[in-house]
Design a protein around this ligand. Structure first.
Ligand SMILES: NC(=O)c1ccc[n+]([C@@H]2O[C@H](COP(=O)([O-])OP(=O)(O)OC[C@H]3O[C@@H](n4cnc5c(N)ncnc54)[C@H](OP(=O)(O)O)[C@@H]3O)[C@@H](O)[C@H]2O)c1
Length: 284
């Protein structure tokens, strides 16, 4: 039995879809904070169990009978170390054979503010004695393409990553990597630095969008503090801080990677920028 936590989230939903292509539905457990959101999966034969990272009592029951668990990192900044520790504890108590965790690219050396909670989780997981797979996900391409509609309207993208290259892969590609790790052999105690095969700068993203829509969209780089202020006008301040910091670190190469680990793990090349943009334009 394979358990996916956060299975009602964007990444988790894609992982469950990928698993459904490879294993019978009754071998998959969607462990979710809000079971009502998962009724569609339930109708397809996936087992739905309540699992709230902040309510450890739900986790033991959620993991009963599980052989493998994918812990999808939560999104409540500042609370995640305690939450993830509770998940590791419950997995250990349930006798889970492998726990895969969605971490952050080079979490052990990354200077991103985001890295601390991931590294603390990794350390706790390693110390637990459960066989682990660290899926160190790089930046989601969707983080960058989400700004396309606004950029087209305003005539420019803004960011703070200067000419830093970002090896952003799509959520679907990170999901494929998780599915490979959960269904393949030999992934015990492995650390995977996952990112796209080809990195791009924000200016290259703007140029590709311009080419595809036939209208020139610029890229305006802002100082980190100024970019954070813009983000804070529509995002919670903590999140604005974290994203502005990631952008500034990206300028120094923190989100670049040329290991091709993701494409090796899933057995195919990641999507080129032109296709990422075309898909995003189609969806917008
Ligand atoms: N690499 C990147 O660029 C990047 C970008 C954004 C996020 N992330 C990380 O990757 C994770 C997955 O991304 P995503 O796009 O799928 O995010 P998402 O759509 O926000 O999904 C997060 C999932 O975590 C679940 N969750 C949050 N707190 C929980 C709790 N206390 N107990 C149980 N489940 C909880 C949510 O449950 P509900 O459905 O009930 O809300 C949701 O299913 C994020 O949570 C974050 O850690 C990475």
């Amino acid at each position: 039995m394979i358990v996916v936590t956060g299975a009602t989230g964007k990444l988790g939903s894609l992982v469950v879809e990928g698993l459904l292509q490879k294993v019978p539905a009754n071998q998959i457990i969607a462990a979710v904070r809000t079971p009502d959101k998962a009724s569609g999966l339930g109708a397809r034969g996936v087992q739905i169990r309540e699992a709230d990272y902040s309510r450890p009592e739900t986790l033991n029951a959620a993991f009963a009978g599980a052989t493998k668990v994918l812990l999808i990192s939560g999104n409540e900044l500042g609370q995640r170390v305690a939450q993830h520790k509770a998940v590791v504890d419950a997995a250990k108590a349930a006798g889970v054979r492998l726990l895969a965790y969605t971490s952050l690219l080079r979490a052990d050396t990354s200077k991103l503010l985001l890295a601390a909670e991931h590294l603390a989780t990794e350390k706790y997981l390693r110390a637990s004695g459960i066989a682990f797979t660290l899926l160190r996900n790089g930046w989601y391409a969707e983080n960058l393409t989400a700004g396309i509609a606004a950029a087209v309207q305003q005539g420019a993208f803004i960011g703070a990553s200067k000419d830093g290259r970002i090896a952003a892969a799509t959520r679907a590609e990170y999901a494929n990597a998780a599915v490979a790790a959960l269904t393949g052999e030999g992934h015990e105690n492995q650390v995977y630095e996952l990112a796209a095969d080809t990195a791009f700068t924000r200016a290259e993203l703007a140029a590709e969008v311009s080419k595809q829509i036939g209208k020139s969209i610029a890229y305006h780089n802002l100082p980190e503090a100024e970019y954070e202020k813009v983000l804070a006008s529509f995002l919670p301040p903590e999140l604005a801080r974290i994203i502005a910091d990631a952008e500034a670190q990206a300028a120094e190469g923190a989100l670049d990677d040329d290991s091709h680990t993701l494409s090796r793990l899933v057995g195919r090349a990641t999507m080129p920028l032109a296709d990422v943009v075309a898909n995003a334009l189609q969806a917008s």
